[in-house]
Design a binder for this molecule. Structure first.
Ligand code: HEC
Ligand code: HEC
Length: 296
């Protein structure tokens, strides 16, 4: 955190200053800032914050919030490397690197190498090759973030159900065609969300859990029982209609969260949906990305 945030280069005073003078001032202030930082250790700042605001430490993981994420401590790659090779790091399941160990798709799923920093940044090398996150950017909805946080729907669908079977393809084709409210939608697509056992055996209908704009009982204030509800998307009450999360992007199935939730399994495969989607290690990993995914 820059302690000089209050003194902005864009302030009127500085805009009036000559270019050269601004340069000199900049050096001076950088010097001051580092001298200041030397006195004010992170520990002192933390003690001051506790004194000022009183920091609530409740629950098992609150120290992660208060001391690491809340204060934006730099996450070392070393910790990320450990997460990738540790079983149960994000909830029950084997370590990531057992299935994503090299860029060779013959031995590593998607040719994704999570065992090195460069491999993590390169992403999947098997066709279609793609990065799994962008360093320095919001990571929750990156491919990696989704695979750690998004349960496959309907909630409870086992990971060994093929993501390419009939019902999912029908939805894909409808989105590809521009997601129109036509006869095909009403007759062949909408009923898929209202019936049980459609996307996998022994699974509830989507509308069991997403039936209105009211939460509870409807998860994410999402109504999958009508065209209007589907196009409105999620959290339209909490965020406001204009900022609701669009779950269908007409013409773009790949980027449509509705479809992502139908075919992307949460990692490690088979992890129960009861495992915390916001596990502290998940949040630390995503923070590492947002801080720029430094390798050292
Ligand atoms: C038991 C094997 C296994 C384990 C363990 C595993 N994965 Fe996967 N992973 C897969 C398979 C298989 C796929 C490809 C199929 C799919 O897309 O679901 C995949 C796909 C992915 C993808 C999508 C890549 C892309 O290009 O879209 C990401 C990201 C990913 N895994 C991350 C992880 C992370 C992080 C962990 C550890 C928490 C992990 N995986 C653990 C088997 C595994
Ligand atoms: C048993 C309840 C349940 C069922 C059935 C269910 N969902 Fe969900 N859904 C949830 C929960 C809980 C979440 C939020 C947390 C999560 O992802 O696990 C969610 C989240 C979602 C989201 C993400 C919304 C957002 O804010 O981005 C989508 C999209 C979604 N579900 C689609 C579906 C579809 C499509 C079906 C049917 C194939 C379905 N759901 C069936 C419980 C359910």
């Amino acid at each position: 955190m820059n302690t000089y945030q209050g003194i902005s280069w864009h302030s009127t005073t500085h805009r009036l200053a000559a270019f050269l003078l601004a340069g000199v001032a900049s050096c001076f202030m950088a010097g001051q800032a580092s001298a200041d930082k030397m006195d004010r250790t992170i520990n002192i700042e933390w003690l001051e914050q506790m004194h000022r605001e009183g920091v609530a430490l409740k629950g098992d993981h609150s120290a992660v919030d208060a001391l690491i994420l809340g204060r934006n401590i730099p996450i070392p790659y070393d910790y990320v490397a450990t997460l990738m090779r540790t079983p149960n790091a994000f909830g029950q399941g084997p370590a990531c690197i057992i299935c994503h160990s090299s860029k060779d798709p013959k031995v590593s799923y998607r040719g994704l190498d999570l065992s090195t920093c460069d491999g993590m940044k390169a992403g999947s090398t098997e066709d279609p090759a793609n990065p799994i996150f962008t360093p320095g950017q919001k990571a929750g909805k990156s491919i990696l973030g989704r695979r750690l946080r998004n349960n496959r729907m309907p909630l409870g669908v086992p990971f060994n159900i093929s993501p390419n079977e009939g019902a999912i393809k029908t939805v894909t084709d409808w989105i590809t065609a521009g997601a129109p409210n036509d006869e095909n939608f009403q007759k062949s697509v909408l009923p898929l969300f209202k019936k049980k056992n459609v996307f996998a055996p022994n699974t509830p209908a989507c509308t069991t859990c997403h039936m209105s704009n009211k939460e509870p009982p409807s998860f994410h204030e999402m109504n999958l029982g009508s065209y209007e509800g589907i196009m409105l998307g999620a959290d339209s009450v909490a965020k406001g209609v204009a900022n609701a999360t669009k779950v269908v992007i007409p013409g773009n199935p790949k980027d449509s969260p509705l479809l992502q939730h139908l075919f992307e399994d949460r990692m490690p495969p088979g992890i129960p949906p009861t495992e915390d989607r916001d596990h502290p290690n998940t949040r630390i990993l995503l923070r590492w990305i947002e801080q720029g995914a430094r390798c050292n």
